[in-house]
Design a protein around this ligand. Structure first.
Ligand code: 8YV
Length: 325
């Protein structure tokens, strides 16, 4: 780093160790309130900075990118997902963009299994049964109480076999599941590890007793899991989503959960989060979490350090390792 520190707009309060490094290496303007800045909020504060460290909560469509003052030369997002940034607009404006892949793979794969088991073993109903002595009232344990679906020997369909999909597959294989997947392109055998490739999402849905979503949010994957897709799935299948909410059509999923066409869903991400479809609040076979896939101390620190590594490289005149634009 040069003697004069670059100026950085820090759009959230990131974990303490990340903030300490940012404050040591950059002249920072920090979002002390840690609220969700809009694009306009960022533009209003970016008049004097060289770069922005953002979360995925702020959206950067073309009008925001083009509204950023010319002094802003880099945008580093504290996320692997980058659907909140218009990369074409960034390229056209000469704004360098980076993300934080790799470092959250294992944490998100862990939450995938948490959701898969919680949904299939009816953890929400079990948990709620204990409150207010309801379990006591029904006489406690029964041979047929709260029976779920076993994972052993079942087909897990993985939609999007990138880093996180493959890490989820490793865990599911250890549980005795048979892995099938769809991906834009077929993986090499060393990455496939015996998983069965399907060249269309529809072909995968037909065999998926469990389905775990790991693809990116793009116009092509928007509402990919809709009424037609669900109709292809085996009766009583289970859907898990740790990727992005908009890949699922909530109306279709909720209808299938209400009728039992799908046995359960485990969801960490939602359309329009944090203002999610309120029907999920009371749907007993939906096990829901507030987007905690990457929420471990180790992972959030690693994400912050990775974002700062990219910024450091840029200001040293090097290529940021995770450059997207
Ligand atoms: C983050 C994520 O929690 O990295 C991603 O793409 O979805 C999560 O790990 C969130 O996006 C924070 O910016």
């Amino acid at each position: 780093m040069s003697d004069t520190k670059a100026r950085l707009l820090v759009a959230r309060k990131f974990p303490a160790d990340v903030m300490a490094r940012a404050l040591a290496d950059y002249d920072c303007i920090v979002n002390e309130a840690d609220d969700n800045w809009t694009g306009a909020d960022v533009i209003a504060r970016a008049g004097d900075v060289d770069a922005i460290l953002t979360s995925a909560r702020t959206k950067y469509p073309a009008e925001v990118i083009n509204g950023l003052p010319a002094n802003v030369r880099m945008l580093a997002t504290f996320s692997v997902g980058y659907e909140h940034i218009d990369l074409e607009a960034a390229k056209a404006r000469g704004l360098v963009v980076s993300n934080t892949p790799d470092v959250l793979t294992e944490a998100v794969a862990d939450v995938t299994i948490l959701l898969l088991l919680a949904a299939s073993r009816r953890a929400r109903e079990g948990f709620e049964m204990l409150a207010g002595d309801k379990w006591l009232a029904v006489g406690g344990w029964k041979p047929t109480q709260n029976l779920g679906t076993g994972a052993q020997g079942k087909v897990l369909g993985i939609l999007g076999m990138g880093r996180i999909g493959r890490a989820a597959a490793v865990r599911a294989r250890a549980m005795g599941m048979e892995i099938h997947y769809h991906n834009r392109s077929r993986l090499a055998p060393d990455l496939e590890q015996g998983a069965v490739y399907h060249d269309t999402p529809q072909s995968l849905l037909k065999v998926s007793q469990f389905l775990s979503i790991h693809c990116e949010s793009t116009p092509e994957t928007h509402h990919l899991i809709n009424a037609e897709g669900i109709a292809l799935m085996p009766e009583g299948a289970i859907v898990v989503n740790t990727a992005r909410g908009d890949i699922i059509d909530d109306d279709a999923l909720i209808a299938a959960l209400e009728t039992g066409r799908l046995a359960a869903a485990g969801l960490d991400v939602f359309n329009g989060e944090p203002e999610i479809d309120k029907r999920y609040y009371t749907l007993k076979n939906a096990f829901i979490l507030p987007h905690i896939g990457s929420a471990t101390v180790e992972t959030r620190n690693a994400m912050g350090f990775r974002a700062l590594d990219n910024l450091d490289a840029f200001f040293k005149g090097e290529e940021p390792v995770d450059r997207l634009a």
